[in-house]
Design a binder for this molecule. Structure first.
Ligand SMILES: [Zn+2]
Length: 170
């Protein structure tokens, strides 16, 4: 299946910096989503998303601009908007943007798993700025962990990528 260059429903300006570049930041998945991952989609479909995002980003990491020589070296970062619901209702994260990333930027995004934040230094953050960022992320992470999140990936579904099964919380 060939995906369109612009995925229907995707916001390619989501969280962009004034320069137009996407921002690199550490982004741990809240605990209630640890087993969610992307297991509900077929590998073929996810591979198609990767190829589409790789081609439209012209083989460059959208976070640090590094050239990514082959699609097998590319990583994909899914960016979500988190909406907190009033008490008693489901809070929801909504897929907004799909980014092409190099391995170092992806590892930095997943710092709590990889313990690698070298890319934040490489793009110009000082060690103190990195430390403050980690502190901010941790406090946000603790808040998000108190909530059971549901996931809206309408962007994928609108582009013909269907879940193989429906996760229990949906
Ligand atoms: Zn990168």
């Amino acid at each position: 299946m060939e995906l369109p260059f612009n995925l229907i429903g995707e916001d390619r300006q989501f969280e962009n910096l004034p320069s137009g570049r996407s921002e690199l930041y550490i982004s741990p998945e809240p605990q209630s989503l640890w087993y969610y991952e992307k297991k509900n989609y077929s590998q073929d479909d996810l591979e198609n998303v990767k190829k589409c995002v790789y081609n439209r980003a012209k083989f460059r990491c959208e976070l640090c601009n590094e050239n990514i020589s082959q699609v097998s070296d590319a990583r994909i970062i899914y960016r979500y908007e988190y909406n907190y619901a009033p008490l008693g209702k489901h809070s929801c994260r909504t897929l907004k943007r799909i980014l092409l990333a190099c391995a170092d930027c992806d590892d930095t995004t997943n710092y709590f798993k990889t313990k690698n934040y070298s890319q934040l230094i490489k793009i110009g953050k000082t060690p103190i700025e990195v430390h403050l960022h980690i502190t901010d992320v941790l406090s946000d992470f603790r808040i998000k962990n108190q909530i059971v999140w549901i996931t809206n990936e309408g962007v994928l579904e609108k582009n013909g990528i269907k879940r193989m099964c429906v996760s229990p919380e949906m």
